[in-house]
Write a protein that binds this ligand. Sequence first.
Ligand code: OFO
Length: 172
Amino acid sequence: MISQKMTDRINLQINRELYSAYLYLAMAAKLTGQGYAGIGKWLTVQYHEEMFHAMKFVKYLAEQGAAVKYEAVAAPEIKSAVVKDVFKQVYAHEQFVTGSIREMVELARAEKDYATENLLAWYIDEQVEEEKNDTEILQLVDLIGGGAQGLFMLNIELGKREAKIALDFTKV
Ligand code: OFO
């Protein structure tokens, strides 16, 4: 059984993961609308990843006999529709999420909640992967430049991304 404080914190994180999903879904629509179907696909895969992150916490709360509480998800705010700016925002958002997961680890340690700390190890690894992906995309954007040909290539490259996680959330 986990504490009420940890239950509340996990519920907050579920909301943050759902917001991440919503943000990437909005970005996917925006960029697809601008003709970047490949980048839109990359962001849609990311949306699925975020839903997986949320549902993994939901499943954990159920296993612990703790209540899931869904709060309102804020409207996503896209700061700029310029491709490089979008990925800068994605990277900054992931850094925020990494900080949020780290806070949870600190709480788990303070409460000697080893089960939650174990679960969070998966998220720590996942955040390393997410930040690495975003850094590589930003490096690629710098490499190929922001011109039409470069963006054309980037759109093709990012369109190759396939979901690696289960899209059926009963399998998280
Ligand atoms: Fe859930 O990792 Fe991104 O936000």
